[in-house]
Design a protein around this ligand. Structure first.
Ligand SMILES: Nc1ncnc2c1ncn2[C@@H]1O[C@H](COP(=O)(O)OP(=O)(O)O)[C@@H](O)[C@H]1O
Ligand SMILES: [Mg+2]
Length: 311
């Protein structure tokens, strides 16, 4: 197990963006994306990290990038420390052994893209914000319109849709993203791009769902991000990780209630026992909770890839 990394600093390298989980550095036409061990719950980044989490997210994203490269090209250029160390050196950074060991396994060198402001959510099962919204709808003729898509009425929480839905969200700078319809997405990115986002996202989801199903995991829903580079659509950010997806244990699946999430369930359950009001700052987590959560992230990696997390 590696040291828990909550924040990073690479002296001499400008930050491109600090996300909830990732510290992103600017290398001109490239970016260095460092996944920390930060965990957010209810959209608040907690003060306690999860051991190995950044390494699991990075390794799992690489696994899927590679598997899905024939469906859509992705942003990844390199993740090995020789290439990354040399690139940092070229950028004028004094590269130390300590820096390399901090970055190892959690860092990707990627092509910098214009990130599209639409989050590409695909839902195979009804849960989360879609379940909340679905319950407010009234349908007729056996169907109801969810974000403008016809779906059956009377579905229970966690039930599978007849076919996966593309339900984009407008990317919010802070707080929750907002669910939008496909035509609203087309207003933001243009009709052709929106159509391609939908087709690619559903193809990626179908591919991953079938793969995960063979390993006893249901991918209930997931979120992709795409960027544009020279007019071409590129898959960016993280892919099909426990942070960007709902992974459920297939053997325990029972629609009609909330399913245990594969990753943050221990954290959510613990937080519900507190009187925390779900606003910043969040509470520290006890070690028992962080250990169990770390095991869940590692298990997701192991179950999906068949490999142990590289040390
Ligand atoms: N190849 C890329 N080009 C440009 N931006 C990227 C690329 N890959 C990821 N990003 C951006 O880097 C950030 C990753 O940080 P993260 O912690 O995941 O952010 P968030 O809090 O928005 O989830 C996101 O804003 C994402 O859009
Ligand atoms: Mg993110």
């Amino acid at each position: 197990m590696s040291q828990v990394i909550l924040q990073t600093d690479i002296p001499g390298l400008p930050k491109f963006i600090t996300g909830k989980v990732r510290d992103v550095y600017d290398l001109g036409t490239e970016l260095l994306i460092v996944a920390t061990d930060r965990l957010s719950a209810f959209d608040v980044v907690l003060p306690t990290g999860i051991p190995d989490k950044g390494r699991v997210l990075t390794a799992l994203s690489h696994f899927w990038f590679d598997k899905a490269k024939d469906i859509v090209p992705n942003h990844l250029l390199a993740s090995d420390m020789d290439t990354i160390g040399a690139r940092l050196h070229d950028a004028g950074v004094v590269v130390t052994a300590e820096m390399i060991s901090m970055l190892e396994g959690r860092t990707q060198l990627v092509r910098k893209c214009a990130a599209l402001p639409v989050e590409c959510v695909v839902r195979g099962y009804l849960d989360g914000s879609a379940w909340k919204d679905y319950q407010t709808l009234f349908g007729h003729g056996g169907e109801v319109k969810l974000y403008d898509i016809l779906v059956p009425i009377g579905l229970r929480q966690g039930e599978q849709f007849p076919s996966p839905l593309f339900t984009p969200a407008a990317k919010a700078h802070t707080g929750h993203d907002t669910n939008i319809t496909a035509s609203q997405a087309a207003e933001i990115v243009g009709e052709d791009v929106a159509a391609e986002l939908s087709t690619k996202s559903i193809a990626l989801y179908n591919f991953a769902r079938a793969y995960a199903a063979e390993r006893g995991i249901i991918i209930a829903d997931t979120k992709f991000e795409f960027g544009l580079l020279d007019g071409q659509l590129i898959l960016i950010d993280e892919v099909l990780t426990p942070d960007s997806s709902r992974f459920w244990e297939a053997s325990a699946y029972k629609p009609g209630k909330a399913q245990a999430s594969f990753d943050k369930q221990f954290v959510r359950d613990y937080l519900q026992t507190l009187s925390w009001d779900k606003t910043y700052p969040g509470p520290e987590l006890p070690q028992e909770i962080t250990d169990k959560t770390a095991d869940k992230y590692r298990e997701a990696y192991h179950r999906l890839t068949g490999e142990e997390l590289p040390q």
